[in-house]
Ligand binder design. Structure first.
Ligand code: GUN
Length: 617
């Protein structure tokens, strides 16, 4: 799995199969090899890149089995793109035991040329006791181990089971990540999806994701309703499958981005629907059964692809969080689930970028609990002598910034600004998300700066710009970095136009710049050398192979596969030092992933270089 764009745990990625690449997030429509509701051509026109079918049904139907064995799965289905096959686990859950065994089920799928074959895992239901769910996890482990030899030849899906028990989901996710399975579906969740139990799904998905190898795609079995897909992607799901487009069609139900509607209740066919230009509403309602199912299935699948397109666009512009936040208001079950997500903000923080391309929308008290809200309040703790901020040192918003800077400089106490429901250290006034937010006007009134001990004489106790860059350096590179970087012989260049800090020089040489877009620091090689001397070991570093270091020293990006070691505390979009195996600094650049992801991804760009040791000639 290659990471292309990101927003926290949500990602646009790419994975390869023998029949081509899939761009994620994406969906595999379920095709029943016996009943073709929609022609493949129509599905392809909607943008279908891959599909899923059931090897159990093929194997049980003599004509299908024979054709699959003779001509291959792709010829049987009539699709030359990636095809995943399921094993019959779901049928055994619905109808009781199936007549095949794990090894021969996998062998059959591999033999007919499936791009992703699924083991016969044990379906754990939400009603399972801990003991039953534990059996499902352990037996599923035994079954993935049993087909190890097939994993070398083919992509094998190793489902994560464990019912609603977080420890079991975590264990199952770790087992499957360490196993040779290259594709990780989250299983046993269909009953929860059908009952709108989204809050429990949040626990299951996040626990599974955070305990899985980031280089393996995560699939949500049965999770193809457009109402929940955005939220699932935000939690790290890459792939979905869906039979719902047909199931709902058979029941005269239409999928919409925010829910489902009965045909008989509808008056208008939406203008975006593929049915809009083909039927009037009364024509649609009076179609005979087969034709009606096909028409509604087409509408339903179109809705799913439309929603997926929106989700991918949201990740590219890094507004998926906002999308999910506003969509949560469309159903109480989603809202409850959204609140549950906020309980995981600390756990998601390591994967949350230092800044996003998009502004931060501050709506209400929930905004303070998002990972960005939590980060900004944690940043207060980077202050020396941090105490949870006493009110009398807080400044009311709306004061002239010049005045604030002036009283800051005549005092030595910690100042904070109200930022929605949070108090933010004054030094972070320009840094993401404080200045880059669009905020509802909810300003607490009771703060007073009047009690602050201000020296009205001309004495300047400290300089605001210097304190600001020192504070930012501590936040970005660790305690003590500010004083080490910005000690004597420092000159801070301030833009005449904007009044903002632009560059910082030491002995005439630029050591850091303050980035206009996010208000954080970027280091030059001179600045990076100071940080390297200050912090030993692996701190702030990405250590690369000897060969990679030669390229990185010339300004070429760092690729995941050449990373030998890195600081586990790296957060995406912060500056990192690129060092060779002997700890020589060869470049400094922007991390595109967290420390953990850097160790797990195997393909793609991990660090883009801003400054480097040598000029290419
Ligand atoms: N389809 C829906 N849920 C599941 C599951 O848990 N396992 C498998 N193999 N297929 C499924």
């Amino acid at each position: 799995m290659e990471l292309l764009h990101r927003e926290g745990l949500a990602r646009i990625g790419r994975f390869r199969t023998p029949h081509g690449e899939v761009e994620t997030p994406n969906i595999m429509p379920v095709i029943n090899p016996n009943i073709r509701t929609l022609p493949i051509e129509i599905m392809k026109r909607m943008g279908m890149q891959c599909l899923i079918t059931n090897s159990y049904i093929i194997r049980r139907t003599p004509e299908l089995k024979e054709k699959a064995m003779k001509d291959g799965l792709h010829s049987l289905v009539g699709f030359d793109g990636p095809i995943m096959t399921d094993s019959g686990t779901f049928q055994s859950y619905v109808y009781g035991d199936v007549e095949f065994h794990n090894t021969d089920t996998v062998k059959f799928q591999v033999d007919i040329g499936s791009d992703i074959s699924t083991i016969l895992d044990i379906f754990s239901t939400p009603e399972n006791s801990n003991e039953e769910a534990s059996y499902a996890v352990e037996e599923t482990k035994r079954r993935i181990d049993e087909v190890e030899s097939y994993c070398e030849r083919s992509n094998i899906a190793g489902p994560i089971q464990g019912s609603v028990y977080s420890e079991l989901r975590a264990r199952s996710a770790k087992i499957m990540s360490q196993s040779p399975a290259s594709y990780l579906p989250i299983g046993g969740v269909v009953p929860l999806l059908e009952q709108y139990r989204y809050s429990e799904l949040v626990d299951i998905i996040l626990t599974s994701k955070l305990n899985s190898d980031f280089s393996k795609p995560i699939h949500l079995f049965g999770g193809g309703h457009p109402m929940f897909m955005g939220m699932a992607v935000l939690l790290g799901v890459d792939m979905f499958d869906s039979a719902s487009y047909v199931k709902y069609a058979k029941d005269d139900r239409l999928l919409f981005p925010e829910g489902t509607r009965d045909l008989k209740e509808l008056t208008e066919i939406p203008i975006w629907s593929p049915l809009h230009d083909r039927f009037s509403m009364s024509e649609l309602k009076s179609l005979e059964r087969g034709e009606k199912t096909q028409a509604l299935a087409e509408h339903n699948l179109f809705t799913i692809y439309m929603e997926l397109g929106e989700i991918r666009e949201r990740i590219r512009e890094q507004t998926l969080w906002q999308y999910v936040e506003s969509k949560a208001r469309s159903h109480p079950a989603l809202m409850q689930a959204f609140r549950r997500i906020l309980a995981y903000s600390e756990k998601v923080l390591p994967y949350t970028e230092l800044y996003r391309k998009s502004p931060f929308f501050y709506f209400d008290e929930f905004s303070a609990k998002t990972p960005y809200g939590v980060r900004i309040s944690n940043m207060g703790k980077f202050r020396e002598n941090y105490v949870s901020i006493p009110k009398r040192f807080c400044l009311p918003a709306g004061l002239d910034p010049k005045f604030i800077h002036e009283i800051y400089e005549k005092s030595t106490v910690n100042f904070s600004f109200p930022f929605g429901d949070l108090m933010v250290p004054a030094e972070l006034e320009e840094s993401y998300p404080v200045q880059q937010s669009i905020i509802c006007n909810r300003i607490p009134e009771h703060y007073s700066w009047k009690n602050v001990d201000i020296d009205e004489g001309a004495v300047t106790a400290r300089q605001f710009p210097l304190e600001k860059i020192r504070f930012l350096a501590d936040v970005q590179f660790g305690q003590g970095s500010g004083k080490a970087l910005f000690s004597e012989n420092i000159k801070i260049d301030i833009s005449k136009n904007t009044g903002r800090i632009r560059t910082v020089r030491k002995n005439g040489e630029i050591i850091a710049t303050m980035r206009a877009h996010d208000g954080y620091l970027a280091l030059t090689m001179e600045g990076a050398k100071i940080i390297k001397e200050l912090h030993k070991g692996i701190k702030n570093r990405v250590r690369v192979t000897e060969d990679s270091a030669k390229f990185n020293a010339l300004g070429k990006s760092v690729f995941y596969q050449f990373i030998k070691e890195c600081d586990p505390q790296i957060i995406p979009y912060n500056d990192v030092l690129v060092v060779d195996p002997q700890d020589n600094l060869v470049a400094v650049g922007r991390a595109l992933a967290s420390g953990r992801e850097m160790r797990e991804y195997k393909k793609g760009i991990a660090v883009t270089i801003n400054h480097h040791q040598k000029n290419s000639s």
